[in-house]
Design a protein. Sequence first.
Length: 451
Amino acid sequence: MTPLEVLNPATEKPIATLERAGIEETDRAVAAARAAYPAWRAVKPADRARLLRRVAALVEEHADGLARLETANVGKPLGDSRWEMGMVADVFHFYAGAVEKHYGDTIPVAGGVDLTFREPLGVVGLIVPWNFPLMLASWKLGPALACGNTVVLKPAELTPLTALRFSELALEAGIPEGVVNVVVGPGSVAGERLIAHPDVAKIGFTGSTEVGRHVMEGAAKTIKRVTLELGGKSANVIFEDADLERAAAAAPGAVFGNAGQDCCARSRILVQKSVYDRFMKLLVDATSKFRVGDPEQEGTDMGPLISADHRRKVAAFVNGTPLFKGKVPDGDGFWFPCTLVAATNEDPVAREEVFGPVAAVIPFTDEEDAVRIANDTPYGLSGSIWTRNGARALRVARALETGVLSINSNSSVRVTTPFGGFKQSGFGRELGMHAMAGYSEVKNVFISTEA
Ligand code: NAD
């Protein structure tokens, strides 16, 4: 295979050249993970916890270098990368603590004692996208390793650098060879091989709904377990009784953060008609202050898109005159301006995941209309509700078909709380103790006490 040239999307210049893993290399990684599995699952829980804690400490120690590498490879602002590396470290701290707290039950039965055990699955394949490369990998690595599995991680080809650096840190922390393997190869070759491989027990996948569907089909052949974290088209619902200033100040970050390349992007802004004009003035003002530019510069809010190809796809969603279009730097870099477009929920920009800094602004009449529009999508990942009426906030939160919601906030992810989708945004939960269920099987054992 031709070598893989890794680019900096802010400069369009190559920053690394790597060999691509094919079927043979993927098979070797699976074989290494399989060979390492019996010893890793037998490591004493306290020792496994200690090793994961050392991983967390090394990520903290190297956070600045990892953040700079992520920024150079993804084009995201350095402040964002630093936050992500902080979360990676916290994820390993959390799952270090989880190792010894993930236990089974004793169940009342006749004639004996019944016990459940939480067993690891074996070798798990982890396939992740390019938008939050190491952070999303850590959400899978943490629980997978804590449960006693060994892993083969396949990062996106556009953004493999922090995964490779992480694998070095894992070894330095004392994680035995073969427990964490990284294959840098195309989805259509290395990814496919992981899905088909008979020795891979599970695929933990984050990516598009289209590829997720394919993963699920492929996994059926060997009855692999799958968790799927897929696309989103989330709503940011602004009621007339909201603190409009606060809601408007927060809205740009909710959709233009990570240049809109965020599965949780609130890319449909639903605004109650009675406050539409007032809110839009505030929103345009807040969006015009969103700083787009050099991701390595402190204070930048948004960098470029990931690639020229992706920029073409994003641009195709903007037709006619937008409500607002921001500025971008001159010169090289895959820049795209913050863009607000007036839409109905039937327009492609409101139905499809744009995955760029483009928000569809949609008016609604009342609470019922807001819930109807927000739920009228095949996706169900995230969302926000802005209102000062507590009963309404909870009523609407219960009515929305989505996995993660915030009220008067943009927040989507926390290390300790479950994250995942409804509908075609996928299934299975990451983060918190919920993720441990996805990387273990329940085994039931009955012991007779009959004389
Ligand atoms: P993608 O689906 O194109 O690729 C994701 C990963 O799958 C990559 O590693 C890729 O190489 C691999 N892949 C591609 N084709 C494959 C195949 N045939 N077999 C096996 N693996 C294959 O997604 P992307 O463009 O890298 O990322 C953007 C998408 O990810 C968006 O849809 C976004 O919403 C989604 N995403 C979801 C979450 C979440 O938690 N729900 C988080 C981040 C991103």
